[in-house]
Design a protein around this ligand. Structure first.
Ligand code: FES
Ligand SMILES: [Fe+2]
Length: 404
C-alpha cells in the first residue's frame, strides 16, 4: 500500500509514532480541501504545500484554468514591438499567442491559430504586413480580419468576415503589457490596484528595455516564484555573489491590489555586485524608493525588482507541472541609456544578473528534483519567508477554493 492509499489518520498515527512513513504519491482526491488545511494555518504554524502541487498534471491543469486563463498575465514591454507590423509569437500556458503593433500603432494580441484548420500562424518575431498561414495561405490583416482565403470561393455560405483571428484582451501600464484570456475579468487597473500609483516615481513610461534573456527551466512555476520572493536563501545560494546583502526581516509591504512585495532598506544599487559603481540614480525617485529596493510580485508570477538606478523583471511562462520559461528583462531610464558610456557600464549590471540568476535557476531545478520524489513530505516555514506562504495560499484560494 502506498501513501496515496493510506487514510490521513493512519498517516498521522504513523508520524506520531515517530516513524517515517512512505510519503505522498498523488492522491485521487487531490482537490479535497482537507489536504491543504495545514497550509492554511498562520505562517509559523503552517506546513508547506504538498509536493504533488509541484508535480501533478491535474493540479497544474487546474492552475491554468483557474488562474492563468483568468488573470492579467505580464508578457513584456511594448518597446519590444515598436513599429507597425512588428510582432512576437509565443506560447502561454499552451495557447499560441501573437502580439503585434497594428497600422495605427496600437498593440494587439490574437490567438495565433488559423481559422481554417488550426495551424499556428506566426512563429518567432519580426515585422510583417499581414499574417499569412504557412499551410494554405489564409492571410489576416494586422487588425486580425481575414483578408485572403484562396480556394474558398465555392464553399457554401463562407464569409471571410466570420473568420477573423480571435482577439485576446491586452492592456498596458507604463509600457508593461498584460494579456487576459477571460473576457469577463476585471480590468488591468483594478487588478493592479494601487501598484501603479505606489511606484509612479520610478517613471517606467520613460524607461527603455535594454536586455531580455530567456531560460528554459525544469521546474514548476511556483518553485521559481517562491524563490524570488524570499531572501532566506540569499546567503546560501548567492553566498559568493550577493553576500553583502543581509537577511531581510522586513514584513511584506501592504498591498491593495493583486500583488504583494518586499522592501529592503540599503545603500547602493541592488543590480550591481558589491564594490561596483554604476549609473546615476533615477532622478524622479521619492520617499522609500530613495532608501531601498522594492520587490513586488504581481500575482501570480510576475516579479519586479525596483532599485535606485534601474528595474528588472522576472516573467514566467508555465509549460506544464515541471517546466517553465523564465524571461529576465532589464530597463533603465532613457537618459541613462543615452549616455556615451552606457554599454561599458551596463556590462557590470549584466555580470551581476548573469551570476545571480543562474544560481536561482539551478537551485530551483534542484528543488524540483527533490519534490518529484515519492518520499517528499511537507515542511515548515521560516519567519524569513512570509510571502512563500502568502503565494501558496493565493494559489490554493483559486485552485481549491477560499479557505474555510
Ligand atoms: S490551416 Fe491555415 S490556411 Fe489552412
Ligand atoms: Fe535568489
Amino acid at each position: 500500500m502506498n501513501q496515496a492509499q493510506l487514510r490521513p489518520e493512519a498517516v498521522a498515527a504513523t508520524r506520531q509514532a515517530g516513524l517515517s512513513p512512505p510519503l505522498p504519491q498523488i492522491p485521487a482526491d487531490i482537490f479535497d480541501p482537507a489536504h491543504y488545511a495545514p497550509v492554511r494555518r498562520s505562517l509559523l504554524e503552517a506546513e508547506t504545500l504538498p509536493a504533488w502541487c509541484y508535480i501533478s498534471e491535474a493540479f497544474y491543469r487546474r492552475e491554468v484554468e483557474q488562474i492563468f486563463l483568468k488573470v492579467w498575465n505580464f508578457v513584456g514591454r511594448a518597446d519590444r514591438i515598436p513599429s507597425p507590423g512588428d510582432y512576437v509569437a509565443f506560447d502561454f500556458v499552451g495557447v499560441p499567442v501573437v502580439l503585434l503593433r497594428d497600422k495605427q500603432g496600437e498593440v494587439r494580441a490574437f490567438v495565433n491559430t488559423c481559422r481554417h484548420r488550426g495551424t499556428q500562424i506566426m512563429s518567432g518575431e519580426g515585422n510583417c504586413a499581414a499574417l499569412r498561414c504557412p499551410y494554405h495561405s489564409w492571410t489576416y490583416g494586422l487588425d486580425g480580419r481575414l483578408r485572403g482565403a484562396p480556394g474558398m470561393e465555392d464553399t457554401v455560405g463562407f464569409d471571410k468576415s466570420d473568420y477573423a483571428l480571435q482577439p485576446i484582451r491586452i492592456d498596458s501600464w507604463d509600457g508593461f503589457l498584460f494579456i487576459n484570456f477571460d473576457p469577463d475579468s476585471i480590468g488591468l487597473r483594478e487588478y493592479l490596484g494601487d501598484l501603479p500609483e505606489r511606484f509612479a516615481c520610478y517613471n517606467f513610461a520613460d524607461m527603455v528595455c535594454v536586455r531580455r534573456k530567456e531560460y528554459d527551466l525544469a521546474c514548476n512555476w511556483k518553485v521559481y516564484v517562491e524563490n524570488a520572493m524570499e531572501s532566506y536563501h540569499v546567503p546560501t545560494v548567492h553566498g559568493l555573489t550577493l553576500q553583502k546583502q543581509k537577511r531581510d526581516i522586513n514584513p511584506p509591504i501592504a498591498a491593495n491590489g493583486e500583488y504583494c512585495g518586499l522592501y529592503t532598506r540599503h545603500i547602493g544599487s541592488r543590480a550591481l555586485l558589491a564594490g561596483d559603481t554604476g549609473f546615476p540614480y533615477i532622478p524622479t525617485l521619492t520617499g522609500e524608493a530613495t532608501e531601498g529596493t522594492f520587490y513586488p510580485l504581481i500575482f501570480p508570477s510576475t516579479m519586479f525588482a525596483l532599485t535606485y538606478d534601474c528595474m528588472w523583471w522576472l516573467e514566467i511562462h508555465p509549460r506544464g507541472p515541471s517546466h517553465m520559461k523564465l524571461i529576465v528583462g532589464s530597463c533603465f531610464p532613457r537618459s541613462t541609456v543615452e549616455r556615451g558610456d552606457f554599454d561599458e557600464v551596463l556590462a557590470k549590471y549584466v555580470r551581476r544578473w548573469d551570476q545571480s540568476i543562474p544560481e536561482d535557476n539551478d537551485i530551483s531545478e534542484r528543488q524540483q528534483l527533490g519534490l518529484a520524489s515519492p518520499f517528499t513530505a511537507p515542511g515548515r516555514f521560516s519567519a524569513l519567508e512570509p510571502l512563500v506562504h502568502v503565494i501558496d495560499n493565493w494559489v490554493l484560494d483559486r485552485v481549491i477554493g477560499p479557505a474555510r
